[in-house]
Design a protein around this ligand. Structure first.
Ligand code: SAM
Length: 209
């Protein structure tokens, strides 16, 4: 697997595709919080890295206390960084394998689910399986934010991804692409199906890079 600590350094360049994606993800998290103003909500972020999306949005908000957020990240250094920057916020960081369904006992279904930086790093069958399992992460009406780049390293599967979400009971709120060479893109969907249980026997995904 890549060195994901080094991978985070691309955020230092404000013109990078990654920085564009981060800013779009942050905006959509903010919009979710505005939509749910006054309600107690839960959030779960899979493969959260150092958590700079959710943490940066929550930090300046006076209503951050109504959000119970959990970040799941395998890399201990990144998870520790998230813990440090999240101090004083209602953000719990778990250093764990986000592909293991046991991790989510008591955490899902959630109101906000962040699956950013995953879809381009797992096999196509895992990707389809994860989207099929996505309803189990979501309360009815929940918002799920996803991303998948379209650069030369991976084939552009995003129309298929959007279709799989639709087939799993999600309505699209937003889909955004940037046509720079790294071709980042991200989407936001709302779960409109029935409550579903996560299958405790089925591994969700494994990173292949
Ligand atoms: C592409 S980065 C995305 C990080 C973050 N979501 C972001 O957008 O900045 C992928 C992250 O997934 C983490 N990761 C890889 N496999 C994982 C697993 N099985 N469980 C939890 N985290 C994992 C990596 O350590 C890395 O931080």
């Amino acid at each position: 697997m890549r060195d994901y600590v080094t991978w985070h350094e691309e955020y230092d360049d404000p013109t990078s595709g990654l920085s564009w994606r981060l800013s779009r993800v942050r905006d959509h998290i903010g919009e979710f919080l505005d939509r749910t103003a006054g309600q107690s909500v839960t959030a779960v972020s899979l493969c959260a890295g150092d958590g700079r999306d959710l943490i940066a949005v929550l930090a300046p908000r006076e209503d951050a206390g109504r959000v119970a957020a959990t970040l799941v990240e395998l890399n201990p250094e990144l998870a520790d960084r998230a813990r440090v920057t999240a101090q004083g916020l209602p953000v719990h960081v778990i250093t764990a394998d986000a592909g293991d369904p046991a991790v989510y006992v008591g955490l899902v279904p959630a109101d906000l689910v962040v699956m950013v930086g995953i879809f381009g790093n797992i096999s196509d069958p895992d990707l389809q399986g994860l989207i099929r399992s996505a309803p189990a992460f979501c309360r009815p009406g929940a918002t799920l934010i996803w991303s998948r780049g379209r650069d030369d390293d991976i084939h552009d599967l995003n129309d298929q991804v959007r279709d799989w979400f639709a087939q799993s009971g999600f309505a699209e709120i937003a889909y955004e692409e940037r046509d720079t060479p790294d071709r980042p893109s991200m989407g936001v969907v709302r779960y409109e199906g029935e409550p579903m249980e996560l299958d405790p026997t089925r591994r969700l995904f494994t990173f292949i890079r």
